[in-house]
Design a protein around this ligand. Structure first.
Ligand code: BGC
Length: 718
């Protein structure tokens, strides 16, 4: 109500402004004229939180509060204005969307866009101007507690998804807040660690998705990370916020701190932070409240700087809450559920199907044993800012019952206890990894008398969470013992893993023929999973990160840089993150980046390029033919990697430069063209402080994972 009145006043005072249709210059003039009417106190009030999720407006000028909400998996429930407890609304149940790594596993930017549209529509229904999403820090280290929120280990895949998520959210006149800028790749010590990252790694690995989301997605806000980067807090890092983000990339929007991630007044104000956000009051004592006013009066922060910050906020408002034809929004609609289902069904990764047990031949199956706590667990809540009060969530058991229950008897056994809470200490959680023999016995008895056993294991939203990293890659809760016992008595055992980050599946991979990877897959997770098991959906998800055989194989552990020494994490692997490391070092992964099977087979042929030699400002057009050789419709994600074998600097074995998800009917073939700008073959040349696409020969590798290259060709750059 208050919001509506504020909007009416805004429209009355400023007239209907269509920021999109008026030139940016006219908007700038309008904003300047508003700023001229404001007192310094009013300006400063806009630059810091006045409650948990808002900063002040200027009521006398019709400027509304800037309202924010988490988060990446769906619009978070309304909490009280001044504490984290639920506001107990009855109208804020939302659509729970698949988690970040699930979206990334679709390898389909269209899915990221649809995700964004749902977030934007639901944010509008809740009157939120800024959505603290998407989150896409690089998955550098497999144990990072927020891996499930993030997208991928690869900067290009990350960027393509980030652009579309932002576009989707902002298509609804809601600001996306891309986070966390930058190099926030571990949760342990996240608010005190100093990450040391060389400039080449920043430019080639950690920055590209942020740059793309800003320059191609036009993101209106960005959240600075908790950690320090190369000695300076990200919320007061001149290089990061002023030099790169605002000056080089031309970012016009607002830099918001992570919650309580501001450390000083003058340094933050002068080095690029625009709004200080956080949790508890007194709000007028925050760095960007009275101390900022004092700093301006003392001449330590200029009025010009303050005006720039306010003008950025107003610019964002004119594109969102103060925009003309601002959509009303809708929440938890059947259309949104359909999007959640579509994303979930494209995200599920078939890891192994050696005996072709999948898709299940329903006519031959009389009984299914569904086993495992994850079969009945919901995944919407947990993980602080990434928790969603879901309107509903279809569990795996419910999905399997709805898809198979008419013709098949379905029984359930819990199998293991998930005794782990993110809020507890290690001591309090002790013993969480022990199997429960009585639950295993019960599961074994059920599996023995059933035609098929579907074992739903993995982790949950307590075990993977913001605020802490996992301790190991092992499956928790004694699940391996359960898997072994059930697989021993039922040859038709399907292992379904629900989790958001890499795990150690070495033993399962050796001893089990059928493995399906699902995620924290949203409101429709159970239906999507059951449809994959039944063959209604042909799986097309691909891993967005490498699963290492052991933790020691992964770069951060191999080089002993995690969690860092004395609160310093030196990213010694530089640009060798993810498959760039495994492929260059010839370390065999457990499952490769980009890997995932289908119920059909594809063949690739005739890779060619439009020319054999290119100038530096040209674009390579690579063509190939793909055919669905099987009898089912399906989709393949074709990945184009490029390598630069002779170069003046060291380069990774290969780098992803293009990809496309291609849907094909049985027997159908398509000729596909992929484009790569020669400029995008460049490395960041630290000696020149510039991108450098050196002349010489490049190899184009076309395949369906970083380890399965099917066709190759060469080009030259002049
Ligand atoms: C998280 C952010 C989140 C914020 C507000 C922080 O702890 O790092 O991602 O948006 O809290 O909940």
């Amino acid at each position: 109500m208050k919001y509506t009145i504020a909007c009416i006043i805004v429209l009355f005072l400023f007239g209907k402004v269509s920021a999109q249709s008026k030139s940016e210059a006219a908007l700038k003039a309008k904003i300047s004229s508003i700023i001229r009417k404001m007192t310094l106190e009013e300006k400063i009030a806009m630059l810091h939180g006045n409650a948990l999720f808002s900063s002040a407006g200027v009521p006398r000028l019709g400027i509304p509060e800037l309202t924010c909400d988490d988060g990446p998996l769906g619009v978070r429930e309304e909490i009280k204005r001044f504490d984290w407890a639920s506001a107990n609304w009855t109208t804020d149940s939302a659509t729970f969307l698949p988690n970040g790594s699930a979206i990334a596993a679709t390898w389909n930017p269209l899915m990221a866009n649809k995700y964004g549209v749902v977030i934007g529509e639901e944010a509008n229904a809740r009157k939120k101007i800024v959505m603290l999403a998407p989150a896409f820090n690089i998955c550098r280290m497999p144990l990072c507690g927020r891996t499930y929120e993030y997208y991928s280990e690869d900067p290009y895949l990350n960027g393509q998804l980030a652009i579309q998520s932002v576009k989707g959210i902002q298509s609804q006149h809601v600001a996306a807040c891309i986070k966390h800028f930058a190099a926030n790749n571990q949760e342990l010590n996240r608010d005190s660690v100093n990450t040391l990252v060389d400039e080449r790694a920043l430019r080639e690995i950690y920055f590209p998705a942020f740059k793309a989301a800003i320059q191609q997605g036009n993101a209106y806000t960005i959240m600075s990370a908790y950690n320090k980067l190369n000695g300076y807090w990200c919320s007061e890092n001149d290089f990061l916020l002023n030099k790169v983000l605002k000056n080089e990339w031309g970012f016009k929007g607002v830099v918001m701190s992570d919650w309580a991630g501001t450390h000083h007044t003058v340094a933050a104000a002068n080095n690029g932070l625009d709004i200080e956000m956080g949790s508890s009051g007194p709000y007028d004592q925050w760095y960007f409240a009275k101390p900022l006013l004092a700093a301006v009066k003392a001449g330590q922060v200029s009025v010009k700087n303050i005006d720039d910050k306010v003008s950025r906020i107003l610019w964002l408002m004119y594109h969102t809450s103060m925009s003309a034809n601002h959509p009303k929004g809708t929440i938890a609609t059947p259309e949104h559920a359909k999007t959640a289902y579509e994303i979930a069904s494209e995200s599920i990764v078939l890891l192994k199907n050696d005996s072709h047990l999948l898709p299940l031949k329903t006519s031959a199956i009389k009984s299914i044993a569904v086993i495992g706590d994850n079969a009945v667990r919901t995944f919407a809540l947990g993980g602080y800012g990434a928790g969603v009060k879901a309107k509903y969530e279809v569990t795996a058991l419910a999905g399997i019952k709805s898809r198979f229950g008419k013709t098949t008897s379905i029984s359930f056994a819990q199998g293991y206890k998930a005794n782990y809470l993110a809020s507890k200490t290690d001591e309090q959680n002790r013993g969480y990894d022990k199997p429960d023999q009585s639950l295993i016995d019960e599961a074994v008895a059920l599996a023995k008398k059933s035609d098929v056993a579907i074992l739903c294991v993995g982790s949950n939203r307590e075990y993977e969470s913001e605020g802490h990293d996992r301790k190991s890659l092992e499956l928790p809760f004694g699940e391996q013992a359960l898997v072994n016992a059930v697989s021993a008595v039922n040859p038709n055992t399907i292992i379904v893993i629900m989790a958001g980050a890499p795990y150690d599946l070495n033993e399962i991979k050796k001893s089990n023929h059928t493995i399906v990877w699902s995620w924290f897959n949203g409101s429709e997770a159970g239906n999507a999973l059951a449809d994959v098991l039944k063959g209604v959906i042909n799986p097309s998800g691909k891993l967005p990160f490498t699963f290492p055989v052991s933790l020691h194989d992964s770069p951060a552990f191999n080089l002993d840089t995690y969690p860092g020494k004395g609160l310093t994490a030196d990213y010694k692997e530089g640009i060798l993150v993810g498959y760039r490391w495994y492929d260059t070092k010839k370390i065999e992964p457990q499952f490769a980046f980009g890997y995932g099977l289908s119920y059909t087979d594809f063949s690739f042929s005739k890779l060619s390029t439009d020319k054999s030699s290119y100038k530096k400002d040209e674009t390579i057009h690579a063509k190939f033919t793909i055919k669905n050789k099987g009898s089912r419709s399906g989709a393949e994600v074709v990945q184009l990697y490029v390598s630069d074998p002779v170069c003046s600097v060291f380069r990774p074995e290969k780098e992803l430069k293009a990809f496309e998800k291609i849907f094909l009917k049985p027997g159908e073939s398509k000729t596909i063209e992929m484009q790569v700008k020669v400029a995008d073959l460049a490395f960041y040349d630290e000696s020149k402080k510039a991108w450098n696409a050196e002349a010489g020969e490049y190899i184009l590798d076309l395949g369906n994972s970083s380890r399965n290259i099917i066709l190759k060709t060469k080009i030259a750059v002049k």
